[in-house]
Design a protein around this ligand. Sequence first.
Ligand code: BES
Ligand code: MN
Ligand code: ZN
Length: 498
Amino acid sequence: MKYFTTTSKASGRAADCVIVGVYNRGKLGAGAADIDAASKGVIRDLIKSGDISSEQGRCTVLTQVNGVKAKRVAVAGLGKSGSFDAIAFRKAVAASTRALRDTKTKQILNALTLEPVKACSAYYIARHSVEAISDVLYEFNQMKSGRKKAPMPLASIGHSIAKSGDAAQTTLGAEHGDAIANGVALAKDLGNLPSNICTPGYLARTAKKLASGNGKLTTQILSESDMKRLGMGSLLSVTAGSVEPAKFIIMKYKNAGTARPYVLVGKGVTFDSGGISLKPGASMDEMKYDMCGAASVIGTMAALTRMKLAINVNVVVPAVENMPSGTATKPGDIVKSMSGQTIEVLNTDAEGRLILCDALTYSKRFKPEAIIDVATLTGACVVALGNHRCAIYANNDPLQDDLFAAANRSEDLGWPMPLGEQYAAQLKSNFADMANIGGPGGGSVTAACFLGKYTDGMNWAHLDIAGVAWKSGAQKGATGRPVPLLSEYLLSSAGALP
Ligand code: BES
Ligand code: MN
Ligand code: ZN
């Protein structure tokens, strides 16, 4: 994709399509006012006749408008003029892209970037524009046979600005948006692939491929015998019932000398049947998404290497399949983690924490500046926060605050959640150092507390993304979240935000 930034008028640019917008009560956005003036009132006429709606999520595409150089004018509804924020902006851009998706538009000039967006600088406006367009244009049809519909041939996206002083921020925002969108698309692909293709080995090969040809990125894959040597008895207990070999993936991006690395750990359960504590059949197919934590940290690595951030980042992915069989771990079995702590596996379906605890212990050797694990960890998190926000846990306030702020700026939302001894006490076991489940109440919190027992001395946070990593129903598919949140956090940590 090519990007450009322009101060030329929406009506005067010979683009394939220009996107403008109208607010409630007939108020025209800047681009729409320009188009209306150039066309002697076409926009106002169509608002009066009810052919153009100001409702958020609506868009009307006009063609061959007199006095306008662009071939098409997409008029998006912007809602109430006083409350046009980043969410409304993204909605308008998404609706416009959807309206154009089946056309042969090769070039878009987005003039919605002329609108003031609440609490949003020119940089974030351009970034949201690119991310929203890319999100709508994403398609996953690599598993369908037969002739595929040709995708929209979009090759260039422009952003209108009013003052040339905004050009640098807008151009940087588009560039970063492109890198983040690319990481999101990779995370969506990995999530959407079925578990018979996206195995632990497939995740390992994907990581290797990402590193090939990039001098600053290296990948290392540990095998089950390596993990055994390291004493990862907890991780290995999860893969015990599966014939798919487990992989432990380590990626290192080094672009800041000897600085301590940020470490991202992603849960990579390529299929979670529950194991001997078998899950019910309804919607069990969705457990192919149980590697979305892994997908998001690999996707974030793709984004930050493209942005060439001056930072050191390690990605760690414990990748396994959780299956029942004669060799599977059974409820009541006691395993020894790499940290030396023993765990009574009361429920083999609480497997995410069993692989993550060994990944956290392994990561101590990196002396992380901060370590963040990302996991589709608990159904309880979906009950608590639904599909809108991920849960943000941390063992210190500054890190939790930083992640919460990054979530807000990137519109990849989260919410701070508590840890604490009262919750941790629910993990008591009569037979081992801890149990792997904490009883009926606060399931997302007790899962986080379990992980917390493996993070001594580290600046640690945990994101439970069970509610946000994919959509169910007619829109079923991976979302690529929280790649935008993690990218924003690292952009900020690298001092790369304007
Ligand atoms: N992968 C699931 C969590 C999950 C469930 C994510 C539904 C998204 C939707 C995880 O491994 C799991 O099974 N957790 C159990 C824990 C329980 C046994 C303590 C759960 O949430 O039911
Ligand atoms: Mn499970
Ligand atoms: Zn799971």
